[in-house]
Ligand binder design. Structure first.
Ligand code: SAH
Length: 241
């Protein structure tokens, strides 16, 4: 569990086309504004950036968040756009026990699924999909210093809440961030051999007593703004300038 079973290609030295995946409209809006994107497109650090959001569900009329929609949207976008780098920015639950607070930033070193359990050799590693993301240790350190963030594991699942078993796993794995998309993006990038890096901002504290959804909604704007303010510096460093 502690060692990633999957790896991704290294960061490209001068990417020309970057796909920036953001799950929710309310997260994407301040990021697009901060990066000066027009119609979801722009140029940052010499690279063409295209914003990718999975969009709104026609039936439920809410953002298509979660791992399945993320994988589906990214698979289609990679086929259509052939990016040389995929980035993910978005909100996440953080862990007070790891010293994190609201609006703190996490630069993901690795990602996995915390709600995938198959006790069969090989299949366990497959479904957990523990993946080392593209930035190497030196790059992670430089990025984290630039944005003022922590470096560590981000864990994904299909739920906003967490079970007692999952809380134990988060503590054991020293998880810093809990989201609903990154590990699925990592699986797609691993299959497609496209580099991936991620920046997460803490909207709520998973190991705190307050109900997650209330804290999430209260901090969504503040944290999205914090991610947006760091977005340019993050991209400059992952793009190698
Ligand atoms: N209830 C919210 C729905 C979004 S919450 C609303 O009404 O708008 C989940 C989204 O935020 C996902 O995209 C996920 O990646 C991120 N997220 C933030 N905090 C999270 C947490 N504690 N656990 C899982 N995902 C979290």
């Amino acid at each position: 569990m502690d060692q990633p079973a999957f790896t991704l290609p290294p960061l490209p030295s001068a990417p020309s086309r970057i796909l920036l995946f953001v799950a929710m409209h309310s997260e994407a809006e301040p990021i697009a504004r901060a990066l000066g994107l027009v119609g979801g497109r722009g140029t940052v650090a010499g690279a063409e950036i295209e914003l990718l959001t999975p969009g709104t569900c026609a039936i439920t009329r809410v953002d298509k968040l979660g791992p399945v929609h993320a994988a589906s949207a990214l698979t289609r976008a990679i086929a259509a756009r052939r990016p040389d780098l995929v980035l993910n920015m978005g909100t996440a639950g953080g862990f007070e026990s790891q010293g994190l607070g609201i609006a703190d930033l996490v630069v993901a070193r690795d990602a996995m699924f915390h709600d995938a359990r198959v006790e069969l050799p090989g299949f366990d590693a497959l479904v957990r999909a523990h993946t080392r993301l593209s930035p190497n240790d030196a790059q992670l350190a430089a990025i984290a210093a630039r944005v003022g963030g922590r470096i560590g594991l981000a864990s994904s699942g299909s739920s906003l809440d967490a079970t007692a078993d999952e809380l134990a796993l988060f503590a054991r794995a020293r998880t810093l961030a809990k989201d609903m998309e990154l590990a699925s993006l990592a699986v797609v990038c691993s299959e497609e051999r496209v580099p991936l890096a991620a920046l997460k901002g803490v909207t709520d504290l998973v190991d705190h007593h307050e109900p997650t959804h209330e804290v999430f909604l209260r901090n969504l704007k503040k944290t999205s703004d914090r991610i947006a303010a760091a977005a340019g510096g993050f991209i400059e460093l992952v793009a190698g300038s």
